[in-house]
Design a protein around this ligand. Sequence first.
Ligand code: NAI
Ligand code: MG
Length: 326
Amino acid sequence: MTHEIAVVPGDGIGQEVTPAAVDVLDALDIDFEFTEAEAGDAVAEETGEPLPEDTYDLAASADATLFGAAGETAADVILPLREAVDSFVNVRPATAYPGVDAVRPETDLVFLRENTEGVYAGHEDRLTDDVATLTRVTTETASRRLAEFACEYVQDGDHDGFTIAHKANVMRETDGLFRETVAEVADENGVATDEVLMDAFATRVCLDPTQFDVVVCPNLAGDVLSDLAAGLVGGLGLLPSANVGPDRALFEPVHGTAPDIAGDGVANPAAAILSAAMLLEYLEYDDEAASVRTAVETTLEDGPRTGDLGGDAETADVTNAIIERL
Ligand code: NAI
Ligand code: MG
């Protein structure tokens, strides 16, 4: 079976780490057909359009998309791309690795973030010079879809249940509906849940991240809390993510274009390659996904390492070492 993979490297180090992830996928014995497409600042400068229609259509039809990063146009690229795959959940693992300097080396968390609504749904108004407003949207439909995914996620993996992080004590209607719906779905599926107020979560996860495992959150909370967890594991160069929809998905490192090092060939490809491992898992190549993950872990521990991790290796050295360890 052939899998069509859209490859959208974007700008900056997206141009360096995305090909590295493709090289790793190419080294496996799987029939992938890669099609590359443009997005981001560079294409916007040329054509005025950060996300060409062809790229949107490609992501909307491919089995999966590998995205790198976009620069100033990031919001104009990634939000529509997530929509192209009808993504309702952003899966963000935050795992510390042996050999990598981390604030909390015991961190091993997965955030399942609602990916379509909340305060990011874009209903903002500037009423007067003095007043701006934002309408927050929460639906039972989106909360339910997320919760069903979360139940499957914990049942398929080695997880006892999940934590719902919210602020329903203040946002009684919106987070109230979210919390109530997610808990109800978990109950229907026999999945254990506990709850934590999102601000308390921020403190507790810093003090002891082992209190948590899978964390289900509304959009903004998931964005902020997963970035906080990224800080605990020691670096943006390590965090992959998946935007999952009902029929397809888009995989991307959490980091951006890293303009300070772009073009030098020294970016850490680990986040992009771990995103490729999530793609493999999504397409049900579990053994291959595990092999890629182990190869990345061994390389993080034994080297070679890029500059962000204190080494002096280039992107290509790290990528080749990972491929040799597959
Ligand atoms: P950034 O993630 O690009 O860089 C932050 C710091 O982390 C920099 O010092 C960078 O060198 C380092 N870094 C990030 N990834 C690395 C890697 N793989 N290897 C080694 N070092 C790495 O975030 P920043 O600086 O806030 O944003 C830069 C640009 O990226 C902006 O134009 C922003 O809009 C865009 N951006 C795009 C995203 C996306 O497309 N999903 C996400 C975040 C930012
Ligand atoms: Mg973010």
